[in-house]
Each structure stands twice: as C-alpha cells, then as structure tokens.
Design a protein around this ligand. Structure first.
Ligand code: ZN
Length: 370
C-alpha cells in the first residue's frame, strides 16, 4: 500500500500546484490568504506551494498598496512574466496575427499581415517565414521560449499537431508541428482557432470564472464553437467537437461544401457578411441565432461568448440575444448570458500562448509527476 500512497500524495501535490498557478494566472496580484480562500486549499498547503514557486522564480512577491485588515500591507504574488514566453501565430482567411506573449499573458508585441492563400504550399511557406521572424524577435532577457503555438481554422489533432483538414487553407494531413519542430528545434503546439480563442476567454476574458461555457466565432470564413466543459477544453473523441456551422438545420436545404444538405452555414453564408456591413436586422442572423440556441439548450453553459469579426458586432449580439431570450429552453431566462468578446482577436493568441505554457512550460518546470 505504501507506494500507492506516495503516488497519491505526489499526484495531489501536482494537482494543488496546478490549482494555485491557475488561480494566480487568472486573478494576478493575490495574497496567500486570497489564494487559500479562492482555491479552498489550506493556508499551510498554499504557503508551501508558493514557497516552491518563488524559489523556482515562477512567482514574484511584491508589497501590496492596500492595507490588510490587520493594518500591515499584504505581500502580493504574481506570475514572473519574464520566466518564459511563447511565440504564437493565428492564421485566418482574412489575415495572420502573430507575436510573442509572456508567461503572465501579456503580449510583448504583435503584428499582422495578409494571408497568402494562392496555394496550400504558399500558405505553409508564409507560416514558416512568420515563425522564423517571430523567433528572431524573442526577448533577449528572461528564460527561453516555452514553445511555438499555431492556430488555424480547421480540424486539428492536438496530440500530434497534425492538421487533419482545413478547407479554407486547403491543407490536408499536414504534420505542421513536426515540420516546424524539425526546423526550429522548439516544441510546437497546433490547435483549432476557436479552441484557442475559448481558452483565451477563460484565462483573460469574460469567461474567467466559468468552468462551462461556449465560445462561438462568427467570422468571414464561417461559424464554429470552442467548448470549455468542466474547466477543460473539450475536443471530442476525434478532435472534431464544435462543428456548429455543419449542424443540420434544414434537412431539405441547400447542398453544403461538406456534402450534406441544410447545414447552418448554407443558410447564413455568404450573406451574413452583407448583413454585418449594412447593420440590418435580418432573418439570416436569426438562423445563426437558432444554431447558437440549439447548442445552449444542449450544453446548458454558464455563458456564451461571441467572437469573430461578425460575432462581435453589437447589432449581431443584440439580435442573437433577442432570439435566444424568446426561445431558450433554459430557465430562469434572466440567467442565460450571451456576451460579445472584449478581448477580440488578441484573445486567440493569448489563449494559444496559455495552451503552449500548459503543454510545455509547466511540465518542463516540474516534471510529469511530483
Ligand atoms: Zn456542411
């Protein structure tokens, strides 16, 4: 029995450490007492984990400005932003957004350029060049980059970093992580854009305290959902969860590019972009709203965050909210929350950096167990 107990306590320590890091990452500038209260861990457990994180240089202590109830200024804890950074690239049909994000989730710098969609090879070559450019501009101080993150619109196997299929980038079975790792000798994490965006909202956006929520991206390229369930990014058994655009809403409807008929995208695209431009109330937005409503009725999320260049438009949010409020099955209706992302597109690269840190930095800092 003894070895088992040792393994259990090592696992408990690892989980508690993850909970403390998650708490500091989410709220920042907290005292030990705040962390104990927020995580419901004992003050002694928090103290010993914090001591270890301070020793490792991952957490920094500073004197707070507000007096505590006892009159002394509390010592506040924050992630050491320069302990690591991530190079991140988000590829969309409208642009490529890239940059470097520090461990505390602050973009050190970002840049944007038009995407080259002239051929699948050209797009890949551009991503390759952008990664090289980004790595050349890593900060000279602080620890080396934890890794490279790339997000794309399409189906991605996040375990291997292979793009299974991206209709918009015309990529199929592309071992993107392997190709980039071979060239740049850094670990590479590849994910779907909506999942990175959802993770950004959970770490730094309006879904910060939500363990169950849905991020819906409505952009020029289509409509997709990132699902955070039980505090984790839900990818599904085949990494294909969140295909909101291909939800069938009219079995006798128009043929879709996926081969089915009556998918939500066939009822909303390309006309939805015109609606945005003219800012009109339109039945096309109602169709998109019905898709979002169906997802809400199915999953009962705490909130839905709407993002993407169309999804964030106030007129779009307002009309979707109206449809949802009229038709939702969830009660009480006043608790059904639907909000526009405040982070906007930067949320994608912040979430992507968070995923890179989760996958590479924390494991390297602590090893797999204990
Ligand atoms: Zn379809």
């Amino acid at each position: 029995m003894k070895p088992k107990r040792t393994a259990d306590s090592a696992l408990a320590k690892k989980l508690n450490r993850a909970v403390v890091i998650d708490c500091i990452e989410k709220y920042g500038a907290l005292s030990r007492a705040d962390i104990a209260r927020l995580t419901m861990l004992s003050p002694s457990t928090v103290s010993s984990i914090v001591a270890e994180l301070v020793d490792l240089g991952i957490v920094l202590e500073s004197k707070g400005t507000a007096a505590s109830s006892g009159g002394r200024r509390p010592i506040l804890l924050d992630l050491n932003a320069s302990a690591s950074c991530a190079a991140v690239v988000d590829v969309q049909v409208s642009r490529v957004l890239y940059g470097v994000v520090d461990l505390a989730g602050k973009p050190i710098w970002t840049a944007k350029e038009e995407v080259d969609l002239s051929s699948p090879e050209a797009t890949f070559h551009q991503v390759f060049q952008i990664v090289a450019k980004t790595l050349a501009r890593l900060p000279r101080t602080g620890a080396p980059a934890a890794g490279i993150g790339v997000s794309i619109p399409g189906i991605v196997d996040t375990n291997t970093g292979t793009v299974i299929k991206s209709t918009r980038l015309k990529w199929k079975e592309l071992p993107l992580a392997n190709r980039l790792e071979q060239e740049f000798s850094l670990p590479v994490y590849v994910d779907r854009d909506v999942r990175a965006a959802a993770w950004g909202e959970r770490l730094y956006g309006l879904a910060r305290s939500a363990d169950d929520f849905v991020y819906v991206m409505v952009g020029k390229g289509g409509l997709g959902a990132g699902l955070i369930l039980g505090g984790r990014s839900y990818v599904g058994a085949r990494m294909q969860a969140g295909e909101l655009g291909h939800m069938t809403v009219d079995i006798h409807g128009k043929e879709c590019s996926c081969g089915n008929t009556g998918c939500l995208v066939t009822l909303t695209y390309p006309a939805i972009d015109e609606v945005r431009r003219y800012n009109e109330k339109d039945p096309i937005i109602d169709c998109a709203a019905i898709g979002i409503l169906n997802l809400m009725n199915l999953l009962d999320p705490e909130l839905v965050v709407l993002g993407g260049d169309i999804g964030q438009e106030p007129a779009f949010v307002e009309q979707v909210e109206k449809v949802v409020q009229e038709r939702t099955f969830l009660t009480p209706r006043k608790n059904v929350r639907l909000v526009a992302s405040q982070l906007g597109e930067i949320g994608i690269v912040l979430g992507l950096a968070g995923l890179v840190f989760d996958k590479f930095y924390w494991k390297r800092a602590f090893g797999n167990v204990g």
